[in-house]
Design a protein around this ligand. Structure first.
Ligand SMILES: [Ca+2]
Ligand SMILES: [Ca+2]
Ligand SMILES: [Ca+2]
Length: 473
């Protein structure tokens, strides 16, 4: 799948310059352009009106073979794609690509919050990062943010609102470093990961990570990537290798080397694979749900959506630049605690602790409430999709016992009719989940068992217990 994406991207040949492109600063456009993006009648080849979109041509038709990522060196990945003698890219017969990486938030690690990059097949921790970065801007550093340089966020709510009013953007906000309390995570098909920092009672943020070396940024220009890895191969990341009681970074390990004599495994705020941090929502807004929806073009980065339970708002972030893109409001009565985006670009939102199942069609910018099940309402704790694009909701712990509901949207008119709350929608079906041994369960996810072609919803209890729910059809 990934190989096909690489080929498409090269054939169509357009992109927006971002920090992911070597040497392309995020503020490549003039400051005035950023303050007031020019209106446009026709979207650019990237599919929007944002500045910085470039068009280029590649491939045998242009006299050169398509590039492979491995052309950049032995550390790059091709992920199944090969180049034939004509210079075209192709996927070999019987090739199969699987991505076995999860990003798992550690809410209280070091009192700040970290995220672990984890191989769920080998069950080994591959890397660990703080869930914010001071390197969003080319002028970024760990010095305090002065509005333009230092540890500033790439974007924030006041700047977004100012752009909407076509007013000058105010100075940039600082990144909150402590008490970030990361919660939800999501990975797009390019391997870019996003983590939402709840930061209870203070400024929430979202941070983007590169899970492939080619997408990281050599910020200190030492011609190598300074980034977390499991150097000693024990399947865990040591965050204080020199035993000074502080999380490691480059300077502290240089001053006092690791006790085991090996290279450090954790780089703190110096990690060059933590790409950008954007402040989201108002202070104390505590956005919860995070899901990835379509970007401007099918082969480009996905756009993250953040859900705010308090006001029922959804915030859309540009997956390439990290700028806040739009703000939408769910139907009245919807207070999204967890969200997912289905294959038809419909966002589904579970209201915390009792309330409707809500939906929002990203393409149509319209939403509503799904019909409540006969004999009562759902009491959602979390939400997931299965392989058949059914919506699954886990019951809130302690309210209704270990219960799951399945909602099957009406997709009879194709993908665009799948808004689920219309008259033709089937009512949500209530499905009994297996009892979880150690009490109620509130977390639900769809998971694929190794060697199995199907995806089954599974519920997890806070004690670590779990239950598999019977097949969705
Ligand atoms: Ca470097
Ligand atoms: Ca290790
Ligand atoms: Ca240390």
């Amino acid at each position: 799948m990934r190989a096909a994406v690489i080929a498409l991207a090269c054939v169509l040949g357009c992109h927006r310059e971002t920090p992911l492109d070597a040497g392309a600063p995020v503020d490549a456009a003039a400051p005035d352009d950023l303050a007031q993006p020019p209106p446009c009648d026709e979207p650019n080849p990237c599919g929007d009106c944002e500045p910085g979109c470039k068009v280029f041509g590649l491939g045998p038709a242009r006299g050169k073979p398509f590039p492979l990522e491995a052309d950049q060196g032995p550390r790059a990945y091709n992920e199944g794609a090969v180049r034939n003698l004509a210079g075209d890219l192709q996927i070999p017969p019987n090739a199969c690509y699987s991505y076995e990486i999860a990003f798992i938030a550690n809410a209280d690690d070091w009192g700040r919050g970290t995220v672990s990059k984890f191989n769920y097949r080998s069950q080994r921790e591959l890397a660990r990062y703080f869930t914010v970065t001071c390197g969003s801007l080319p002028s970024g550093s760990t010095q305090p943010c002065d509005g333009q340089s230092g540890c500033c966020a790439i974007d924030d709510q006041p700047r977004f609102l100012a752009r909407g009013l076509k007013q000058p953007e105010p100075p940039r906000q600082p990144v909150q470093l402590a008490g970030t309390s990361p919660s939800r995570t999501s990975i797009d098909f390019n391997g870019m990961a996003w983590v939402a920092n709840r930061a209870p009672g203070s400024q929430a943020s979202v941070t983007k990570f590169a899970s492939h070396p080619f997408a990281c940024v050599d910020r200190n220009a030492d011609k190598k990537l300074d980034t977390s890895s499991d150097v000693d191969g024990d399947g865990l990341i040591a965050t204080d290798c020199n035993g000074d009681g502080q999380p490691d970074d480059i300077a502290s390990v240089k001053a006092k080397p690791c006790k085991n004599g090996k290279a450090q495994e954790f780089f703190g705020l110096d990690d060059e694979c933590v790409i950008l941090t954007v402040n989201v929502g108002d202070p104390k807004g505590e956005p919860r749900g995070l899901a990835l929806g379509p970007g401007p073009v099918d082969f480009g980065p996905s756009d993250p959506w953040l859900a705010q339970p308090g006001n029922g708002k959804l915030l859309r972030i540009d997956g390439a630049t990290g700028r806040l893109k739009s703000e939408e409001k769910l139907a009245d009565g919807c207070h999204p605690h967890e969200v997912v985006v289905d294959r038809s670009d419909v966002l589904w939102a579970a209201t915390d602790g009792g309330g409707p199942l809500c939906f929002f069609d990203i393409r149509k910018s319209a939403g509503g409430q799904a019909r409540a099940p006969k004999g009562g309402s759902v009491k959602p704790g979390s939400i997931a999709l299965d392989r058949d694009q059914n919506v699954w909701i886990a019951g809130m712990a302690g309210i209704d016992g270990p219960t799951a509901w399945r909602y099957t949207p009406d997709r009879s008119k194709g993908s665009r009719s799948a808004t689920g709350g219309g008259r033709r929608s089937r009512r949500p079906e209530r499905t009994r989940a297996q009892r979880v041994p150690h009490g109620a369960s509130r977390w639900i996810r769809a998971a694929q068992r190794p060697g199995s072609p199907g995806w089954s919803p599974r519920m997890a209890g806070s004690s670590g217990s779990r239950a598999r729910i019977s097949r969705s059809r």
